[in-house]
Design a protein around this ligand. Structure first.
Ligand SMILES: Cc1cc2nc3c(=O)[nH]c(=O)nc-3n(C[C@H](O)[C@H](O)[C@H](O)COP(=O)(O)OP(=O)(O)OC[C@H]3O[C@@H](n4cnc5c(N)ncnc54)[C@H](O)[C@@H]3O)c2cc1C
Length: 485
């Protein structure tokens, strides 16, 4: 397909969601593909994820009678991000999102047309701030997605090299010619950068996501170890544009948490979040898409207050949120504990009368199951939870800081156009260079949209980048027949 002196038609850097999707789609278009993965196993952060992906106008939505369109998704996506994104690439993302679901279903991913109430239940869910339900939960989560994509990769004879960290790009005469690995060149007329984000590199996190410092020592990273931000070095060495500085997904967690909530467990439903003035300041179940932004308006973090009945009722079996662990953290002083709300307010440094009034109001609202102040009953109902909550009434009372401390993914990537072509700092595309997933910038914004923004972004862009890369290689020599997986 390519000039005889190229080793491959397409080289893909990184075997996570974006890289696997790119490899499969390039191979489906007939390209000879090499997939390079720095770690000893494939999957990256995609494999660790719930696999939840946001998409519009899908066959799954239609099966449930949900009316949707790419234009509607686009409007919602852009509005939520204050139109501070690249509209062309975002439009492409929304338009291609429906097709990605069918493509995955064809490859063997299972997403049944049934309502799902969590990221663990296959089906269609509402996990974020979607205007309509767009969260598609695949069976076996991110691991399942990666396995299906990898089987397609193997069927299509894509070469995979593990333990192969790409060191650099080969760019000659202004166009990409391949990559450098182990000091040697591997050549191809098209390269897809799908090396993930930068969450695992503390220096890059300080530079590109300063909000991570709000959490101080409580910060913990759940992204895969390969998320070392290698695309940043490529940008700096080759004059490539970057987009999305300062943005990423930090989930709000208690100060003592160290794991994703699947392991950490969950705070008690009967809890109230108050700001530094002791007043209730948010829906305690606000979508993760928007809660870090709400916290910022209150100085970066808020207090979560709950009583001893709620503490004692926490289920066992989790790493962090258990009855005994709360007492241990109280002994350490991380959880504050006092017999009365007034005593707790003093420890928290907030006005006691404000905290008492906030708790009284909370108890009244949730006895009735209707939160007219913050509409939390709607968030609870979306999870299938009872909006009637037990009152916060039995001492000792507890307070813990809730911080944007769980670093999931980062959004500073190589600036791309609507065909996933990487742009140089002068705005011109670099011939042959494509980017997808967290390594690509322009679509993931300040606000994480819906449930499943980042997995959808990785898979949609990966599929498009693979297709585009194969098409470029095909222009350099006659196109063979397309392959099927
Ligand atoms: C615990 C957890 C849960 C999540 N849940 C969800 C969710 O349900 N829905 C959602 O939308 N998002 C979720 N996310 C975020 C989402 O999973 C990721 O943002 C997305 O999957 C990233 O895909 P990617 O292909 O860009 O990167 P990755 O999947 O991380 O893949 C990048 C790959 O590139 C490799 N690599 C890096 N550098 C090099 C190099 N120089 N050479 C060769 N290989 C290299 C890495 O080792 C890695 O395998 C979650 C993340 C985590 C950590």
């Amino acid at each position: 397909m390519s000039e005889p002196d190229y080793d491959y038609d397409v080289i893909v850097i990184g075997a996570g969601g974006a890289g696997l999707a790119a490899s499969v789609s390039a191979a489906q278009a007939g390209a000879r593909v090499l997939l390079l993965e720095s770690e000893d196993e494939i999957g990256g952060s995609t494999q660790l994820s719930a696999g939840l992906l946001t998409a519009s106008a899908t066959s799954v939505q239609r099966g449930l009678g949900v009316e949707d369109s790419p234009l509607r998704m686009f409007q919602h996506y852009m509005d939520l991000n204050g139109w501070r994104l690249r509209p062309g690439p975002v439009r492409m993302f929304c338009e291609e999102s429906g097709a990605i679901v069918d493509w995955l279903l064809d490859l063997g991913v299972e997403i049944p047309a049934q309502v799902s109430r969590s990221a663990h239940e296959p089906g269609l869910t509402r996990a974020g701030v979607e205007d309509v339900w767009r969260g598609h939960v695949p069976r076996d989560q991110g691991y399942g997605l990666v396995q299906v994509l990898d089987r397609a990769r193997a069927r299509l004879d894509v070469d995979l090299a593990l333990g192969s960290r790409v060191e650099d790009l080969v760019i000659r005469d202004g166009a990409v010619r391949g990559v450098v690995i182990g000091g040697e060149e591997a050549t191809a007329p098209a390269v897809v950068v799908a090396s993930g984000g930068l969450a695992a590199d503390p220096d890059l996190v300080r530079r590109f996501l300063p909000d991570a410092e709000i959490a101080g020592d409580a910060l913990f990273v759940v992204a895969a170890p390969g998320a070392r931000g290698d695309h940043i070095g490529l940008a700096e060495r080759h004059g490539l544009g970057l987009f999305g500085e300062g943005w990423g997904l930090l989930l709000v967690t208690a100060e003592f948490q160290r794991y994703h909530h699947w392991q950490s467990g969950f705070p008690p439903p009967s809890r109230i979040h108050v700001g530094p003035d002791g007043r209730r300041c948010m829906d305690e179940d606000a979508p993760y898409a928007v809660s870090p932004g709400i916290l910022k308006d209150h100085g970066g973090w808020v207090w979560s207050v709950f009583d001893d009945t709620a503490r004692a009722a926490l289920p066992e079996g989790y790493a962090d949120w258990t009855p005994a662990r709360i007492l241990e953290e109280a002994d350490k002083g991380v959880v504050l504990r006092a017999d009365t709300l007034a005593g707790l307010a003093e420890l928290m440094g907030v006005p006691a009368r404000n905290l008492e009034a906030a708790v009284d109001r909370f108890n009244t609202l949730f006895t009735e199951g209707h939160d007219e102040d913050f509409l939390r009953h709607e968030s609870l109902a979306a999870k299938g939870a009872d909006p009637h909550l037990a009152p916060i009434a039995t001492g000792p009372f507890h307070a813990v800081r809730m911080l944007p401390a769980e670093l999931v993914c980062t959004h500073t990537g190589l600036e791309i156009d609507a065909s996933t072509r990487v742009l140089a700092t002068d705005g011109r595309p670099v011939p042959g260079l494509y980017a997808a997933g967290e390594a690509a910038g322009g679509i993931l914004g300040e606000r994480y949209v819906g449930g499943g923004n980042s997995v959808a972004h990785a898979l949609v862009l990966g599929r498009v980048a693979g297709r585009e890369a194969a098409a470029r290689a095909a222009t350099l020599s006659p196109r063979p027949q397309e392959a099927t997986a």
